[in-house]
Design a protein around this ligand. Structure first.
Ligand code: AMP
Length: 176
């Protein structure tokens, strides 16, 4: 785990002063690092029935595609507003920096399907909460949420677990 942590690049004051941006592109670019990241993210779910992975744009797509392949299930994109080609439902959310809207195709999830949410990092949990709401509104059952990085001081993971969605992260960083 500590080896993987060293592959994450930390960029102070990006995209605005006071934010320490945890850049996973350096982790993804490392062949062994990326492989180990996917293996560790998949581990808790290897024996769970899962119908699809829902990845959050954009880094959640890179992770989610690989995780879906390992779990032998489908992949569902959750995208920024206006990007999906078919009918969508949308959900507003607060970011650690700013606000935004994410969308899912209205027919992406069938009622009762068991869905795993994937993103690179959880900070406030606002993005993951919006994704969970979208999937729940389509009739899906979010069985978990998995991240590369948790920022525990911000408390997003606790917020998601309070919604009865178990969370996993393969590493944590102090601070914001
Ligand atoms: P939040 O909704 O506050 O949990 O923020 C999570 C989303 O914002 C994820 O999609 C992250 O990619 C991005 N994000 C928030 N804070 C950071 C950070 N400090 N470093 C890198 N990405 C971040």
């Amino acid at each position: 785990m500590s080896d993987l942590k060293h592959l994450v690049r930390s960029i102070p004051d990006y995209p605005k002063p006071g934010i320490m941006f945890r850049d996973v592109t350096t982790l993804f670019a490392d062949a062994q690092g990326f492989k180990a990241t996917i293996a560790q993210m998949v581990e808790p779910y290897r024996f769970e029935p899962i119908d699809a992975v829902a990845g959050i744009e954009a880094r959640g797509f890179i992770l989610g595609g690989a995780i879906a392949d390992r779990l032998g299930c489908g992949f569902i994109p959750i995208r920024k507003k206006g990007k999906l080609p078919w009918n969508t439902i949308g959900q507003d959310y607060d970011l650690e920096y700013g606000t935004d809207t994410i969308e899912i195709h209205e027919d992406a999830v069938k009622p009762g399907e068991r869905i795993l949410v994937v993103d690179d990092l959880i900070a406030t949990g606002g993005t993951a909460e919006a994704a969970i709401k979208l999937i729940t509104r389509t009739g899906g059952d979010v069985i978990g949420a998995v991240f590369v990085i948790d920022l525990p001081e911000i408390g997003g993971r606790k917020k998601i677990e309070a919604l009865n969605v178990p969370c996993h992260a393969i590493m944590a960083f102090e601070g914001h």
